[in-house]
Every structure is written in structure tokens, then in C-alpha cells.
Design a protein around this ligand. Structure first.
Ligand SMILES: Nc1ccn([C@@H]2O[C@H](COP(=O)(O)OP(=O)(O)OP(=O)(O)O)[C@@H](O)[C@H]2O)c(=O)n1
Length: 448
């Protein structure tokens, strides 16, 4: 196995002082999968103070000395070197109450979550794989090391990690591990939100996200109880051939694996159940569900402690996801004015995914309009067509120079001019806009 050069150097340094050391955990899994690991962890039988002594010539810091971890900087990168350890009880389902160090690598591997994460490697010994991780990788299986109930009670985040690995790598979850996930799902309530959210975003961006979200929907509902309302919710109208949950998942699976876009699809229709009405023919209607969905999503996204930029973008996409572009370039400019260029591009992806997950009724027509909308968007960008105030060929100073004194009036005049340019095809030319501004000032008696 061709491993990270710096890690090799650090292992050699420990060996030179008479200690054993391996790369361990996720990086071994990723190497065996032919992926480049994003970090390389090292474990050793050297005690933390001994590790520190080995790296006196390096920059080191005590990351988690109580748990045996020293960080060493090598080749400009930080490597965690952890003494082989056995964890004590986990009374909080999160952290061990105590840890003790061991000289035996197999004991260290035994405390780890899944067989595929419980392997170690160095050039001298080769692969250390006491729990069959390599085989499980080959068979694409996520299986707990030892008793799954024990593993999930030690750290309940492992429940979501199992779902995340299955989703990202396209693996299945071994039967006993799976049963234990269902049994222990409520323990996820004990886990810090940030840890849950970080795993959840990876999960929904995995290649098998749809399969996992569906099979483990009750587990996901422990962290987002609001999704329960979507399960088996009959949409019963001409635009839909799936129930709401299946529609949501199909749309989610259609859109690219970007956390904001996947989250948007997961929540875009979550407000439908509360606003459902039925007409005489038995057809369902969801008047105003976009705003209801936005309201519910707002609560969920804040609860998940997502960054405000993430929340704002997701909520705008949810609010606008049903703007059906109808061939009007003006409508596109109005949407671009509110969402900006990048988010409007993403809105088109959201709409494509949404329409593709609806029934075939008018689908061709809807997708045709979406194509036109895309053409309009590209034209507007390419030709630098005006859709926002900052693009107007006139600014606040120019309006002030016309004798307008109130800031509010300046704002109203600029909004009016933008409306003329976007809605009435008035050319975006300073001389013309000045004369239009003068007409407005006169008509509204602003300088009187
Ligand atoms: N709740 C956890 C978290 C981690 N581990 C162990 O610690 C290793 C390193 O964990 P981490 O860096 O968090 O995740 P990786 O498995 O490396 O996966 P990724 O880097 O893709 O998140 C894991 O492989 C696993 O052996 C564990 O047993 N239980």
C-alpha cells in the first residue's frame, strides 16, 4: 500500500526509538478503497510523553493528552499520534469516562466502531485486520466490531456514521448492526447537534442517500421529527404520481450532491401536510405550502445549527421552488433580482429535480419552459442585462444631483427606474434615466 510520505516518516521515527506504530482507522479504509484519505491518523504503543520525546525536533501540541493524542506537524501538515488505548465506560453515550493505554494494537482496534474502520497498516507488518474489515470492504458491508448495542451505546453518533458510510460508499448495513440502529436510534438525542449535523450533511450527499434515507427514515426522524408528516402522505393530484415522501426522495436523488441543494429537496414540500385542502373531485391542493415549508424548514435548519448563509440560501430556494418560469424574461430578471445569479442557477436545478419527480402530466411543457429560462439566464449574464439596482446606468448621487433630498425618495426613484428597465424595456442609458427620474420627481411633486 502506498501511504502518505509524512506518515511513513513519523512511523519510522517512532520505530527508530524502539516503538511500534501504524496508520489506523479511516485512512486505511480509504487506501483500500483506492481513495485518497483526507487525514492520516497514526497509533503507537509509545506512551504520550514518549511520543513527545520522539518528536522533540518537531512542532508538537497536546491535542488530547488525556486520551493519548499528540499532534505533530510534518511537511506542513498536522498528524495525530495516539497511544493504543482501551476505553472505559461511556455513561453519556458520547465520551469514555476514562481511558487506559495498552501495548496491544488488537485491543485498540477492538474499541473502534466498524470493521472497515478497525484496520491498521505499516510497511513492516502489512495489514492488521483482526475483525475482517478487508472482507467487509470487498463485500461492501458496514458491520460493528463486536456487539452493535455496545458500540452504539458507547457513542450514539456511530448510528449516523453507519448510515453515512453506507450512503457515501454505497454499502449495505449488516443485519445485526441494522437491527441495533433501529433499537438504539433514540440515543441520537444525546449527541451534540454539530456532530449530528456534520454527519447528516455527508449522508444526504452520498450516492445511496435515497436508499438510506428511505430504509432508515424512522432513525432520521429522531433528529428531524417533522419529516414524519411526509411518510405515506398522499398528494392525490394530477401533478403527482408518488406520495410526498417518495416525491421528496426522488427529487433529492435527482439533484447534484451539494449540501444546500440536497437539504432544499428534502424540505421543499414539508409544508404540504399542514395546508392540504381537497376539492369536490377529491383532488388535493396545497395553497401557500411554499411559505409553510419555509417556516418549518427555518425551524429545522436553526435547530441543526447550520450557518446563516446555508440557512438563508436554502430558505430562498424553498420559497421560490414553485416559480414556474413561463417563457418570460422579465420574470427571470425579477427572480435574479431577489436571488442573485448563482442562487438563480441553483433554483433552476431545484425546479428540474422537482419537475422530474412529478407525474408526467405537462412534464415536457414544464421542462421546455425551464430550458427557455436557462437560455434567458445565460443571455442576461452574457449581455450584462440589467436586473438589479447596482447595474443601473444611474446611481443615488445622480438622483441627489437632481435636487432630491430625502434618502427614501432616492430609493423610490431608483426602484422605479429599475422597474422601467426590467418591465417596460426602457433602455438602461443615463440620459434617458435622468429624464425619467425628472418626470417621476415632477409627477410626485418630490422637490416641492
Ligand atoms: N464515533 C467514532 C468515531 C471514530 N471512531 C474510530 O476513529 C477513526 C477515525 O475517526 P474519524 O476521523 O472521525 O472518521 P473516519 O473513520 O476517519 O472517517 P472520515 O475521515 O471519512 O470522517 C475511525 O475510523 C474509527 O476507527 C470510532 O470508533 N467511533
Amino acid at each position: 500500500m502506498q501511504i502518505n510520505k509524512n506518515a511513513e516518516k513519523l512511523i519510522r521515527q517512532l520505530n527508530n526509538q524502539g516503538y511500534e506504530a501504524f496508520i489506523v482507522g479511516g485512512c486505511v479504509r480509504d487506501y483500500l478503497l483506492g481513495l485518497t484519505p483526507h487525514d492520516t491518523d497514526i497509533c503507537t504503543n509509545a506512551l504520550p510523553e514518549q511520543t513527545k520525546k520522539c518528536f522533540e525536533a518537531y512542532h508538537t501540541f497536546d491535542t488530547g493528552i488525556k486520551h493519548g493524542t499528540i499532534s505533530v506537524v510534518c511537511g506542513g501538515e498536522v498528524y495525530e499520534i495516539t497511544t493504543y488505548r482501551i476505553d472505559g465506560d461511556y455513561s453519556d453515550n458520547r465520551h469514555p469516562d476514562s481511558v487506559s493505554f495498552t501495548r496491544n494494537i488488537n485491543e485498540d482496534l477492538r474499541r473502534r466502531d466498524f470493521t472497515v474502520n478497525a484496520m491498521a497498516y505499516n510497511a513492516e507488518y502489512g495489514l492488521v485486520d483482526p475483525y475482517g474489515g478487508k472482507n467487509d470492504l470487498k463485500d461492501k458491508i458496514i458491520r460493528c466490531v463486536g456487539n452493535p448495542d455496545t458500540r452504539f451505546n458507547e457513542d450514539a453518533l456511530r448510528i449516523l456514521r453507519a448510515l453515512r458510510f453506507a450512503s457515501v460508499y454505497g454499502f449495505s448495513i449488516e443485519e445485526n448492526t441494522s437491527k441495533s440502529i433501529f433499537k438504539n436510534a433514540d440515543l441520537l438525542k444525546n449527541i451534540a447537534t454539530e456532530r449530528v449535523t456534520s454527519e447528516f450533511l455527508k449522508l444526504i450527499c452520498g450516492k445511496d442517500a435515497v436508499k438510506i434515507l428511505d430504509a432508515y427514515r424512522k432513525t432520521i426522524a429522531v433528529i428531524i421529527p417533522e419529516i414524519t408528516a411526509m411518510f405515506n402522505f398522499d398528494q392525490n393530484n394530477i401533478h403527482h404520481s408518488y406520495d410526498l415522501w417518495q416525491h421528496t426522495l426522488t427529487a433529492l436523488g435527482t439533484i447534484e450532491p451539494n449540501p444546500i441543494l440536497r437539504m432544499t429537496m428534502l424540505l421543499h414540500d414539508i409544508g404540504k401536510p399542514p395546508v392540504k385542502t381537497t376539492d369536490n373531485s377529491g383532488q388535493s391542493h396545497f395553497q401557500g405550502h411554499q411559505l409553510e415549508s419555509k417556516k418549518i424548514a427555518d425551524k429545522i435548519l436553526h435547530r441543526l445549527r447550520l450557518p446563516s448563509d446555508f440557512i438563508n440560501k436554502t430558505l430562498l430556494l424553498i420559497e421560490y421552488h414553485d416559480v414556474r418560469f413561463n417563457g418570460s424574461k422579465k420574470l427571470m430578471k425579477k427572480v435574479m433580482n431577489v436571488l442573485g445569479t448563482e442562487l438563480t442557477k441553483q433554483l433552476l436545478e431545484v425546479e428540474y429535480a422537482d419537475i422530474s419527480a412529478q407525474s408526467e402530466y405537462q412534464r415536457e411543457e414544464k421542462l421546455g419552459y425551464l430550458e427557455t429560462a436557462k437560455t434567458h439566464l445565460n443571455e442576461i449574464i452574457k449581455d450584462n442585462e440589467c436586473f438589479k439596482l447596482s447595474q443601473l446606468d444611474i446611481n443615488g448621487k445622480d438622483v441627489l444631483n437632481l435636487g432630491v433630498k430625502e434618502g427614501r425618495d432616492v430609493g423610490n426613484i431608483l426602484d422605479y427606474l429599475l422597474m422601467l428597465v426590467v418591465d417596460a424595456n426602457v433602455p438602461n442609458k443615463k440620459s434617458i434615466l435622468i429624464s425619467k427620474a425628472k418626470e417621476y420627481i415632477y409627477g410626485n411633486q418630490i422637490n416641492k
